[in-house]
Design a protein around this ligand. Structure first.
Ligand SMILES: *Cc1c(COP(=O)(O)O)cnc(C)c1O
Length: 227
């Protein structure tokens, strides 16, 4: 059943790429496996998926020990500074940096293990009070401030768009993220590239791809609904 779900998601991604004149290889599908058992992750792994997204530090720690080591773990949830040390060695990308202090702590932990950690700045694009992330007006300043931390590498932007029935409603938000990334890239800040746009979830990933997403984060569409 999961295999069928994945196939459907893949087909939708390919179609969205065709509509947008993009290559499938420009987009990374992150399978969002939060709350799901390791057996389900294994099933999707067997289908060839290597990128998994989790929103809790503890869950990444538990699952990584039980699964193959070539999995690329994406931290997509709100990250507390005191927990950075537990995942810094095992995450391929931290999507959810929304403060200088968090970036600073990632930098400290990265240096301890001699790594440079790629991160994204999380934007609360619809200014929803229920969501983490910074306002788009603050993004350039934060990018500038954290650019001098040489244990991290700023690779782009991430957003969680509002929950909507009709994904078209989120198109303007995805466009804004893309424009914001272009504006920040133009500043040519050392250590800041804007080549990754992590946007689009089960309800709206096709629209996000049409608007320039390079990572889509799909949970329900692959693993079924969560409790
Ligand atoms: C849960 C989650 C997703 C996946 O949501 P679905 O609607 O199930 O695809 C994507 N991104 C983040 C940050 C999440 O927390």
């Amino acid at each position: 059943m999961l295999r069928e779900n994945l196939k459907q998601v893949e087909e939708n991604i390919v179609k969205a790429c065709e509509r947008a004149g993009r290559e499938r290889s420009e987009i990374t599908l992150v399978a969002v496996s939060k709350t799901k058992p390791v057996s389900m992750l294994s099933e999707i792994y067997e289908c060839g998926v290597r990128d998994f997204g989790e929103n809790k530090v503890q869950e990444i720690c538990e699952k990584r020990d039980l699964l193959p080591s070539d999995i690329r773990w994406h931290m997509i949830g709100h990250l507390q500074r005191n927990k950075v040390k537990y995942i810094v060695n095992d995450t391929t990308l931290i999507h959810s940096v929304d403060s200088y202090r968090l970036a600073e702590e990632i930098n400290v932990q990265a240096k301890k293990i001699n790594r440079i950690i790629p991160i994204l700045i999380e934007i609360n694009i619809a200014d929803e009070s229920s969501k983490f992330g910074i306002a788009k007006e603050e993004a350039l300043q934060l990018a500038e401030e954290i650019s001098h931390l040489d244990g991290i590498q700023i690779r782009g932007l991430m957003t969680i768009a509002p929950y909507v029935e009709n994904p078209e409603e989120n198109r303007p938000y995805f466009k804004k993220i893309r424009e914001l990334a272009v504006d920040i890239a133009k500043e040519n800040i050392d250590n800041v590239s804007m080549d990754i746009l992590s946007m689009g979830m089960t309800g709206d990933y096709a629209v996000a791809i049409e608007e320039g997403a390079t990572i889509v984060r799909v949970g329900t569409g692959i693993f079924g609904s969560r409790n």
